[in-house]
Design a protein. Structure first.
Length: 259
């Protein structure tokens, strides 16, 4: 088994642990860039919990990205193009079918220049994504470690049909964020759907996901006790730009959790 795929498997299994309450049954998907031309993504129908090497598909990036620029007119044509991009088969010689979300994984790995993507549906986060408070949660911060782990703001994507339609609107929102902030997002929030963590290591994906879930629980708790309060914008940017916090953020990517 390729060493990097082993890392992806371990990350996916952790995100899929039932005790985490991030996903159930076949929910969620993960991906990893192999090189500039190809990537792995979770196969359709496989559960994240207990997933093995056979639960991932390797694909070429170019055909998946081309569909975002020139969307196929029919679902059958979309499936044909996706199948043509697959680089490996399962043990029986049959082609593996990638997750329906394969398009946005390809886009995020390429456009945001990250190595790993983790998409989950945590109950705590979806309590907010399925409410009128989604924008507040995405655009404001409640405590410093949110800022350290995934930045002053997150991308908020309105609900769209999972698959290529979602990837197209997500790319638009991500590019708008990058134009405004001068960097790629670390956290993408999907209305009535879930969340996506972007990072350069499995540890970074796990840390961002855990912190978003903690923040969601705090946000819901604050709503129950009255009106949530937020860090002032000036303080958010102060925390984000502090040299010691930048150093700590870099350590979190490598696996350190010490303050």
């Amino acid at each position: 088994m390729p060493e990097d795929l082993s890392d992806l498997i371990s990350m996916t299994r952790t995100l899929g642990q039932p005790a985490m309450d991030y996903v159930i049954i076949g929910e969620g998907n993960t991906s990893m860039r192999i090189d500039d031309a190809s990537f792995y993504v979770k196969a359709s129908g496989h559960q994240m919990h207990g997933i093995s090497e056979d639960g991932f598909v390797a694909l070429r990036l170019a055909p998946m990205l081309a569909m975002l620029d020139d969307p196929p007119q029919t679902l059958s044509e979309q499936k044909r193009i996706t199948a043509s991009a697959v680089l490996r088969t399962d043990a029986s010689g049959e082609g593996l079918s990638p997750s329906i979300e394969v398009s946005f994984h390809a886009m995020l790995l390429k456009d945001c220049d990250v190595r790993f993507v983790g998409h989950t549906h945590p109950t705590a986060v979806n309590q907010i994504m399925c409410s009128e408070y989604a924008a507040d949660f995405a655009l404001k911060r409640r405590f410093p470690d949110e800022v350290v782990l995934y930045g002053p703001q997150s991308v908020l994507v309105p609900y769209a049909d999972p698959g290529l339609p979602l990837a197209i609107i997500m790319r638009q929102r991500v590019h708008e964020f990058m134009a405004a902030h001068g960097e790629a997002p670390k956290l993408i929030l999907l209305e009535n759907h879930g969340m996506i963590a972007l990072g350069d290591s499995p540890t970074e994906i796990l840390n961002i996901t855990a912190m978003a879930v903690k923040a969601a629980r705090i946000h819901v708790g604050a709503l129950l006790t009255g009106k949530p309060t937020y860090l002032p914008e000036a303080e958010v940017w102060h925390v984000y730009r502090r040299p010691d916090e930048i150093h700590r953020r870099n350590l979190f990517v490598d696996g350190s959790t010490n303050r």
